[in-house]
Write a protein that binds this ligand. Structure first.
Ligand code: ZN
Length: 443
């Protein structure tokens, strides 16, 4: 049994949102109790005490849309590439060149780098969307092996698309099915599989049908980019006479476990379909701004009661950074300084947890009895008073991912005092630079 105490405890449960001199009790992989440090010490005498030294103790963060495969693009210079004029050209000139040449060694080291970065930013669960078009087979298993070695909770899927021909498309479908069968029967509840699809504009009706048929009764949920660029909407209207969400709805892609990423160019009719089917939406503010694809209609989506979470889309692994940008993007976009104060933290702290709980078997992203022991210690000494009503303001303006000191996942520390526990971080990053430089030559 472990006690993490002597900290400002932010629980995210409604009963006791904030507790000074708080302490969490961890038994095995679960949180079994919490309370005042002295009380917990007296109640659980035979336990290891971890002193948070006045720092914040809070639930680990969840990233509901990430791209490990994009890691090696950091710092890469494509001398033969023209500047991209729009999102379609960004995909063609950059990302579709990257995912075409990734081999399984690249996949492995980009996973080490991204997962270690996630842990260092206090992220304890990552929902990823993967592509490596000429190394499809075993790619998800490679990612899963790294997540297991580091001790991180992850949901993985492969993005099916028609863009590299039927054979690769069929391999991608098979990789999703194989991985879902493997992961979703695993009792540890650390690794899950979803069924990935790239986007409406890169899959024919026939491919969508094949995906639905291959999913059968696996009930893993689809994970698909949805109406991200205006081109996705135009493609769907031109080829099928339907808007994107309507097309996906008619193809039986929507549902309680389906994640529709972005949802920028959607109208009210489409939001009704998302609401009716209780499908999930994930917003990625930095990526949307960087790709200049437009701004997700945050307020209409959340006013409808749709569960919308916050992701990073490969842009960063720091969820506090994503929170900060979500907060200001909508104020800027709507020319209204009064919006998104509630919605931005709700996406990260409430809805990401609700999304993850549709895939994992026990509560996570919360400190309460019976939840998974996914806990972070955050170095934060406040210059102003903290109370139950201003917690989100302190986290928004006072904390970055780099303030996370220690990260516990499933009851085990995977980072302690900024040191990654299960692997040699420096050696892996050195190897990662070596692998990445060979990868750059092939792009
Ligand atoms: Zn994405």
């Amino acid at each position: 049994m472990k006690l993490i105490g002597n900290g400002i405890l932010i629980t995210r449960n409604s009963e006791t949102p904030l507790l000074f001199d708080g302490c969490v009790v961890v038994d095995g992989n679960l949180i079994t109790d919490y309370g005042k440090t002295q009380d917990m010490k007296e109640k659980y005498t035979d336990s290891e005490f971890i002193d948070a030294k006045g720092s914040v103790i809070m639930p680990g963060l969840i990233n509901t849309h990430h791209h490990i495969y994009s890691a090696f693009a950091r710092g890469m210079i494509l001398k033969d590439s023209k500047p991209s004029k729009d999102f379609g050209e960004i995909l063609e000139n950059l990302w579709w060149r990257v995912d075409k040449v990734l081999n399984l060694e690249d996949v492995k080291y980009s996973a080490y780098a991204t997962f270690m970065d996630s842990i260092k930013n206090g992220v304890t669960t990552v929902i990823d969307h993967h592509a490596s078009q000429n190394s499809v087979e075993k790619s998800l298993f490679t990612l899963a092996d790294v997540a297991k070695e580091l001790g991180l909770r992850a949901s993985l899927c492969y993005e099916v698309s028609d863009r590299d021909g039927e054979e690769i498309c069929n391999q991608a479908i098979q990789e999703n099915v194989d991985f879902i069968k493997y992961a979703n029967n695993d009792e540890s509840d650390m690794i899950k599989g979803m069924f990935g699809i790239h986007a409406s504009f890169t899959v024919s009706d026939k491919t969508l049908e094949k995906c639905v048929e291959a999913m059968g009764d696996l009930d893993a949920g689809f994970h698909i980019h949805t109406a991200e660029g205006i081109g996705d909407l135009h493609d769907s209207l031109n080829k099928y006479g339907k808007r994107v969400v309507e097309r996906l709805h008619d193809a039986k892609i929507l549902g309680k476990k389906t994640i529709l990423v972005h949802c920028i160019h959607v109208n009210d009719f489409e939001l009704e379909l998302i609401k009716e089917t209780d499908s999930l939406v994930v917003h990625n503010p930095e990526s949307n701004m960087g790709n200049a694809v437009g701004c997700t209609p945050l307020l209409p989506i959340m006013d409808k009661g749709i569960t919308m979470g916050l992701g990073t889309d490969g842009y960063t692994s720091d969820m506090f950074e994503s929170l900060k940008v979500a907060n200001i993007l909508h104020k800027h976009h709507l020319c209204n300084p009064n919006v998104a104060w509630v919605e931005a933290p709700a996406m990260l702290f409430d809805n990401n947890r609700k999304i993850a709980e549709r895939f994992f078997n026990k509560p996570l992203g919360v400190i309460e009895k019976g939840a998974y022991a996914d806990i972070i210690i955050v170095d934060y000494d406040s210059l102003t008073p903290i109370n139950e009503n201003n917690i989100n303001s302190h986290l928004l303006f006072g904390v970055m991912g780099k303030n996370v000191v220690s990260t516990m996942i499933n009851g085990e520390f995977v980072m302690f005092n900024r040191e990654i526990i299960n692997v040699d971080e420096k050696a892996i990053l050195a190897k990662s630079r070596e692998v990445a430089s060979r990868f750059w030559e092939r792009v």
